[in-house]
Design a protein around this ligand. Structure first.
Ligand code: GLY
Length: 278
């Protein structure tokens, strides 16, 4: 069975944002991911997250929020359970699709995480388009303009592979140089034989808990995806006082979604059915 889940970021989505626009952004991401599913779970999650990066409604890629210096620094990560392959980038300032650079880091295989100018240099050498620093900053949202935090996707493909992709502009008004959980394997994303997990919310809390790795441990202990998602968000609050959300798919393809923030737009699709937030 195939399952694809996407989210548009934990936060507040009641401040003059059209629900219909959010839902069509999620639907475009699900459609892009589902179309790419023939290439496997990793291709599906990268396509879904790239679609969300291209939508200015979401805090990632094109719609990223500014940091305290008025600049934009983007983090993204991808992981495949098969071979525990991982790729991530941090602090990128000149691409609207950092998730594609993260995938190239994974495919290249020499490193797990590239940051800043080194990530840009790698992207250029790999032939990935760079948007230009000025263009990205011109498109960025003001610190007060973010409804949510981070976009992400998890997938179980028909062959049983599990994958995750995540991308973010980070927390609004963050200090320049701050790297969040979305660049850090185990904190903001993880995939292994029991399932795949993707986090959104207070990155520092997910880093302290190694939140997505912890969600996979809950699956390995016998929980299904909905129970593990709820358990992880409870642990986040109880152990490190954090707020956020998580999407989880388990090895059987069951979808799990949980959040402690007022809202977190999400949608999922399987071979049999589909659902979305609210
Ligand atoms: N959860 C995204 C971040 O804190 O950067």
């Amino acid at each position: 069975m195939a399952t694809l889940i996407v989210h548009g970021g934990a936060g507040r989505w009641d401040r003059g944002i059209s629900r219909a626009e959010v839902d069509s952004g999620l639907e475009r991401a699900i459609a892009a991911g589902w179309r790419a599913l023939g290439g496997g779970a990793l291709a599906a999650v990268v396509a879904a997250v790239a679609a969300l990066e291209d939508d200015p409604l979401f805090n990632a890629g094109t719609g990223a929020v500014r940091n305290s210096a008025g600049g934009v620094e983007l983090d993204a990560g991808v992981m495949s359970a098969t071979g525990l392959r991982v790729g991530a980038v941090a602090g990128m300032t000149d691409t609207t699709n950092p998730v594609r650079v993260a995938r190239s880091v994974l495919e290249d295989g020499r490193h797990a995480l590239l940051a800043g100018a080194g990530a840009s240099h790698f992207a250029a050498e790999t032939g990935l388009p760079l948007a230009g620093h000025e263009r990205l900053e011109a498109m960025a949202r003001p610190v007060s303009g973010a409804a949510g935090d981070t976009v992400g996707a998890v997938c179980r493909d028909p062959a049983g592979d599990l994958a995750v992709a995540v991308s973010t502009g980070g927390t609004p008004g963050k200090l320049p140089g701050r790297i969040g959980d979305s660049a850090l394997c185990g904190a903001g994303f993880y995939a292994d034989t029991p399932g795949a997990a993707c986090a959104t919310g207070q990155g520092e809390a997910f880093i302290r808990l190694a939140g997505c790795r912890r969600a996979i441990e809950l699956l390995a202990a016998g929980m299904d995806a909905p129970t593990a998602a709820r358990g992880l968000i409870e642990e986040l609050r109880e152990r490190v006082g954090g707020e956020g959300g998580i999407i989880v798919v388990d090895a059987a393809g069951r979808p799990g979604v949980a959040h402690s923030t007022p809202a977190m737009p999400w949608a999922w699709r399987t071979d049999r059915d589909a659902a979305r937030w609210g």
